[in-house]
Design a protein around this ligand. Structure first.
Ligand SMILES: [Zn+2]
Ligand SMILES: [Zn+2]
Length: 347
């Protein structure tokens, strides 16, 4: 088998299904994975549609894969052909100062398969096979499906933001602004970690209903009602933690507005460069504390796998659509619609 089906992006809005060469594991640490499932991330959607412009063509996007090891290269000692695995999209060197301080997502020599961030972008997982490194692999527990496992990377991101950076604790009142698929994962992590009152804020009724079915105690529409007043009706003492998982600058401004003394914020969703204002003295006297979080680390990937394996979080519940790779055009349409959660592609 020397060729495979892949969705190749030749230009913005020019995605072609074609036969390309199957990658081979030739270099030290190389592993080829037969991709079974890959999450369709908003980042991939933005690359295909040209909303994100930092793409070099041709490209194969898709950076949330699970699959089976099909070939191992020289020096691979922890995995063998047939192992069921989850692939972390970011490869890190392990030697730079950031890697050695545990912040592998800051790695100065990083590469990414099918994603965004480092300069070294390699083909991703909207293809039957993908090439990665042994150091990017995690074992998929037998008890979870390949589709559920394809949600590991975004779940890891949610764990890293809510728990590792913002230190959410049992009994805290938490607001999640924006409960599309990544915000829903933040909400599920907060629920699993023992949030008391858990308020979801979203403009979409579909998203609010999903949030309520996955553990939110209340849902607020920021357009139809005054969001701050509504949140404070539900949590009169104000939130301990506000997670902005939406993207638009209005969500960041609402995050700031919801504070009371000691509230912690996490700027998690926005990736564009609009400005927001903080009152210096007020921030001082409120002891406003702001965190942010992007990407994942091996620690976060391990925690996400443990959450799924033990049933604390069932990522199947946020999968709304599944498409074979041959129907990726339909997956792309669904990604652009409001009534969807996690979309999975099965190469
Ligand atoms: Zn992603
Ligand atoms: Zn490094």
């Amino acid at each position: 088998m020397s060729t495979m089906l892949a969705a190749v992006l030749h230009d913005f809005d020019h995605l072609e299904l074609e036969q390309v060469a199957v990658p081979r594991a030739r270099e030290y640490g190389d592993v080829v994975v037969r991709v079974k499932s890959c999450g369709f991330c908003a980042t991939d959607y933005k690359a295909i549609r040209g909303i994100r412009r930092n793409v070099s063509f041709p490209a194969i996007v898709g950076h949330e894969p699970s699959g089976v090891v099909s070939e191992v290269g020289p020096g691979v000692s922890h995995f063998e052909v047939g192992d069921e695995v989850i692939v972390q999209p970011l490869g890190h060197c392990g030697f730079c100062r950031h890697c050695r301080s545990g912040n592998t997502h800051y790695c100065e020599n990083a590469f990414v398969t099918g994603g965004d961030g480092p300069e070294d972008v390699r083909p991703g997982a909207f293809a039957e096979y993908m090439l990665t490194k042994e150091s990017c692999l995690f074992r998929k527990p037998e008890s979870i499906s390949f589709d559920a496992a394809a949600v590991t990377e975004p779940l890891a991101g949610a764990w890293k933001g809510v728990i590792h950076h913002s230190r959410m604790q049992v009994g805290e009142d938490v607001v999640v602004i924006g409960v599309g698929s990544i915000g829903l994962l933040c909400l599920m992590v907060a629920k699993a970690a023992g949030a008391a009152r858990l308020v979801a804020v979203d403009v979409s009724e579909y998203a609010r209903r999903n949030a309520l079915s996955l553990g939110a105690t209340h849902a607020v529409d920021p357009v139809g009602e005054d969001a701050k007043t509504r949140v404070y009706e539900m949590m009169p003492e104000g939130p301990d933690l506000v997670v902005e998982a939406a993207g638009p600058i209005e969500a960041v401004r609402l995050m700031v507005e919801l504070r009371r003394r000691g509230t912690r914020w996490n700027v998690f969703g926005i990736t564009t460069h609009e400005k927001f204002e903080l009152d210096g003295g007020l921030t001082h006297f409120l002891e406003g504390r702001m965190d942010a979080s992007f990407g994942t680390t091996p620690l976060a990937m391990s925690k996400a796998i443990r959450l799924m394996e033990t049933g604390l979080i069932d990522t199947e519940k946020i999968i709304s659509h599944r498409f074979p790779l041959a129907r990726i055009g339909e997956a792309l349409e669904v990604m652009g619609s409001a009534a969807r959660n996690k979309v999975i592609v099965n190469p």
